[in-house]
Design a protein around this ligand. Sequence first.
Ligand SMILES: Nc1ncnc2c1ncn2[C@@H]1O[C@H](COP(=O)(O)OP(=O)(O)OP(=O)(O)O)[C@@H](O)[C@H]1O
Ligand SMILES: Cc1cn([C@H]2C[C@H](O)[C@@H](COP(=O)(O)O)O2)c(=O)[nH]c1=O
Length: 212
Amino acid sequence: MSGQFITFEGPDGAGKTTVLKDMVSIFESQLNNQLVVTREPGGNPISEAIRSIILDKANTKMDRRTEALLYAAARRQHLIEKVIPALDNNQVVFCDRFVDSSIAYQGAGREIGTDAVYQMNLFATEGLLPDLTIYLDVPSEVGIKRIMTHRTDEVNRLDLEALDFHKKVRAAYLDLAQEYPERIKLVDASQDLEQVEKEVQTIITEYLNQHR
Ligand SMILES: Nc1ncnc2c1ncn2[C@@H]1O[C@H](COP(=O)(O)OP(=O)(O)OP(=O)(O)O)[C@@H](O)[C@H]1O
Ligand SMILES: Cc1cn([C@H]2C[C@H](O)[C@@H](COP(=O)(O)O)O2)c(=O)[nH]c1=O
């Protein structure tokens, strides 16, 4: 695989979707149409169908391990159909969330255990990890407030979890960022959007200059 796999992570409301959209505008011309933009769960019809089931607010009975398995199933299909072919084709992949989300949300938030969730995901990923992860860090109160006050699109089943759940998710992300400082670059997403995007752009530019 000769391409570069760059993921965007963060608690709900950190600003991933907003920042990712603006990074696409900046990098797509520089990369001469070699940029593939995608998201998890989703990115292809099968994985988008799984996404609808997982995030449906009506599915209050979903067991936490069922949830973890569905994320991993969507991930597997997305890798096979979209991410790996793009990387094999020397393209750059920008992906909204990947396995770190499962470790933080299912491992810590749902209390399945971060190692258990990582091990379960190895079956889906065969060990593939991103080359670079932008982690947008935001206090849980700020993220939730942004979602509830500003967002015009759907508020999903996980957005509706209690503050304590979101705090566990954030704590797990901070642990991951500390454990893998080479791969995971933390950006303080409670700053102005302009400053957040300036820092993200610098990190991606430096990475691509070194690896492309
Ligand atoms: N740095 C920022 N300062 C203030 N508001 C922001 C900032 N970044 C994003 N927002 C706003 O917060 C809201 C949530 O942003 P966005 O949808 O990008 O978050 P997200 O991390 O993708 O959330 P989710 O993971 O739940 O989809 C949007 O209305 C967006 O305009
Ligand atoms: C990949 C993945 C995602 N989640 C959660 C995180 C969010 O609450 C939703 C996805 O919505 P977004 O608007 O696209 O951020 O799903 C998760 O719990 N586990 C995962 O592996």
